[in-house]
Design a protein around this ligand. Structure first.
Ligand SMILES: [Zn+2]
Length: 278
C-alpha cells in the first residue's frame, strides 16, 4: 500500500509553446521537470524519474553535448535537484529504494547519480536501444550517457513477464500493465511513441486515489484533454509519430472515461499546483 504520493520538480527548461502544441503561441513557456515520490508501507521509498540535476551542466559543458544545453536552456538553482528537494521534505536520498525510469532523456535521469542505494526499474527496450549507439547518435536521441551511474546495470530490476496483469477494467483502452509489487499499488504501463519503451505508472494510494504518471506521452494537460497534436518540429525528436498519436488517444480516452484518475504529464506547469504537490 502507498502511504504518500508527493509530486515535485527538479529544474525546468523553456520552449516556445508552439513546439509542443499545434496552433500554440511563439511565446516561450516553462516546462518543469516533474518527478514523484511514493512511500510504500513494505517496499520503502520509490521515485518516478528524477528531473534535472547539477550533473546536467557538467555533462553539457563540452561539445558535442553543449548543443543539447543550447537547444533546451535549463534552469536549476543550487538545491533544486531531486536529492535537494527531497531533503527539504525530510527524505534522505540514501533512503530511496527504487527509481522507476519512464525513459532515458536527460530531464528524467538527470539525478540518478545522487541515489547511491536505489534499484532502477525501466523497460529494457528503452535502454538497449541507447547503449548500442555512438555518442553522437545517443545525443541526437536526447541521451547523455554520463548521467547514468557506473553500476547502473547491476542495480537494475527489469519488469518480468509474471508481473503482467490485465488493466482493461481500470485503465481501458490500455489493456496490459506490470504490477510492480503484486499488490496493485504501482502498475507500469507501456506508453510508446515519444521514445522506444517509455513507461508510465498508475499509482494508487491508501485512500484509493489514483494518479497516472504519463511522462512525455503528452507534454501539457491541455493536449490530452483536447487531443492537441504537437507541432511538426516536435516530430523530429519522436521515435514514432503514429505510436505517439495512438498513446495520446488512449490517454484522452482515460481522461474521458475515468475522471477520478489524476493524469500527470511530466512537464505541465499546471500539475505543480494540484492536491499531491509537495
Ligand atoms: Zn521529458
Amino acid at each position: 500500500m502507498i502511504n504518500r504520493i508527493i509530486i515535485m520538480h527538479a529544474g525546468y527548461c523553456t520552449h516556445p509553446e508552439r513546439i509542443v502544441a499545434q496552433g500554440g503561441r511563439w511565446k516561450s513557456i516553462k516546462f518543469p521537470a516533474i518527478f514523484a515520490f511514493f512511500e510504500h508501507e513494505f517496499y520503502g521509498n520509490i521515485l518516478f524519474d528524477t528531473g534535472y540535476s547539477e550533473s546536467f551542466y557538467a555533462e553539457t559543458s563540452r561539445l558535442p553535448f553543449k548543443i543539447y544545453a543550447k537547444l533546451t536552456p535549463v534552469y536549476l538553482k543550487k538545491g533544486e535537484c531531486a536529492a535537494g528537494v527531497l531533503e527539504s521534505h525530510g527524505i534522505r536520498p540514501g533512503n530511496i529504494d527504487y527509481i522507476i525510469l519512464s525513459h532515458f532523456h536527460a530531464d528524467h535521469i538527470g539525478g540518478l547519480k545522487d541515489f547511491k542505494k536505489a534499484r532502477f526499474i525501466y523497460n529494457p527496450i528503452a535502454y538497449a536501444g541507447l547503449m548500442g549507439k555512438t555518442k553522437f547518435t545517443a545525443l541526437r536521441k536526447g541521451f547523455l550517457r554520463g548521467l547514468v551511474p557506473e553500476d547502473f546495470e547491476e542495480r537494475s530490476l527489469v519488469p518480468e513477464e509474471k508481473m503482467k496483469v490485465d488493466i482493461s477494467g481500470q485503465l481501458s483502452p490500455f489493456s496490459c500493465g506490470y504490477d510492480l509489487f503484486g499488490d496493485g499499488s504501482i502498475i507500469l504501463v507501456d506508453l510508446p511513441g515519444h521514445t522506444k519503451g517509455q513507461l508510465g505508472a498508475l499509482v494508487r494510494d491508501k485512500e484509493g486515489r489514483r494518479v497516472f504518471f504519463v511522462a512525455d506521452a503528452v507534454w501539457q494537460s491541455k493536449a490530452y484533454k483536447e487531443l492537441i497534436r504537437p507541432s511538426r518540429i516536435a516530430n523530429i525528436i519522436m521515435d514514432n509519430c503514429d505510436e505517439y498519436m495512438k498513446t495520446l488517444g488512449r490517454i484522452h480516452e482515460v481522461y474521458k472515461q475515468r475522471p477520478e484518475i489524476k493524469i500527470i504529464p511530466s512537464h505541465c506547469m499546471e500539475e505543480l499546483e494540484g492536491e499531491f504537490h509537495g
